[in-house]
Write a protein that binds this ligand. Structure first.
Ligand code: SF4
Length: 265
């Protein structure tokens, strides 16, 4: 066997291992049928429900993105933002937090996932989506071909509401500029809002989550898809299928945005 064959066999083994891991994650999600292109098994494709159309809930002006090729400036801007958030006392949540939860991930990510607020684990560790809900989010990401470190994950609120109560509108109003700045700096192609509170806070609407799902929405000019929060899924595993449908729509939306971007460049 020559070196090339050896390499080929090694790559196949790695693929098989990856596929086994992916299936374990899909099983955890209650989804077993989707097989990505390029895999040897015939794919029984699970297509997302067709988007019911493009509904822009927030007719806000696009965020004014600052263009800069100077990575030092961008880094300094991130550092300043992080420092500001760390010392923020703009709303009453500062008094009860253990620490702020700024956000984590690739600062040049194409995908951004946004939840409502830190919970107890996040407050303790200073990182969004850790604990069981975080593990499920990792599984969800893996199932659609993404790694946690490839995407950016943040919350609307950077401090934990006591007892995990719902975020209050005035808290969202005080904290949202930080999130907007993060979006300005990252420039994601697509935002996925995780859960009812995140969707309502971002979209400034009370429309039930079920009606917001299945559509390409917009947050300050960035396309946005809504799905359930992983913590909700832990309590309501029967809805995992709906999340899978939402993520298939998100993947399809990302593919069309990427294709459109490539056509323009
Ligand atoms: S939730 Fe946001 S606005 Fe309120 S104290 Fe924390 S960082 Fe500041």
């Amino acid at each position: 066997m020559n070196a090339l064959e050896n390499r080929g066999r090694g790559a196949a083994t790695t693929d098989q291992k990856m596929e086994m891991r992916r299936r374990q994650y899909l099983d955890a999600l209650g989804i077993t049928r989707w097989v990505p292109r390029g895999m040897s098994e015939p794919a029984e494709s699970v297509e997302p429900p067709e988007a019911r159309g493009v509904m822009t809930v927030v007719p806000a002006a696009p965020v004014g993105l600052k263009q800069s090729s100077n990575t030092e400036i961008i880094s300094r801007e991130w550092a300043e933002l992080e420092t500001t958030v760390r010392g923020c006392t703009q709303c009453s949540l500062h008094a009860t937090r253990t620490q702020t939860v700024f956000g984590v991930g690739n600062r040049q990510a194409r995908w951004m996932f946004i939840g409502e607020a830190p919970g107890a684990d996040e407050d303790r560790q200073g990182e969004p989506f850790v604990g069981r809900a975080g593990q499920l989010l990792n599984a969800i990401l893996f199932a659609i071909g993404l790694k946690r470190e490839e995407v950016y994950i943040a919350n609307v609120l950077k401090c934990r509401p006591p007892g995990n109560r719902d975020p209050q509108p005035e808290e969202v109003a005080q904290c949202e500029p930080y999130l907007l700045r993060q979006i300005e700096l990252i420039k994601p192609r697509l935002i996925v809002a995780l859960g009812r509170h995140a969707a309502h806070s971002l979209l400034k609407t009370e429309v039930p989550l079920g009606k917001l799902r299945g559509q390409r929405l917009s947050y300050h000019g960035t396309p946005l898809i809504v799905t359930y929060h992983p913590a909700y899924l832990l309590r309501n595993p029967a809805d995992k299928r709906k999340v899978w449908d939402d993520l298939c729509l998100a993947r399809k939306t990302m593919a069309s945005l990427t294709e459109a971007g490539e056509r323009q460049s």
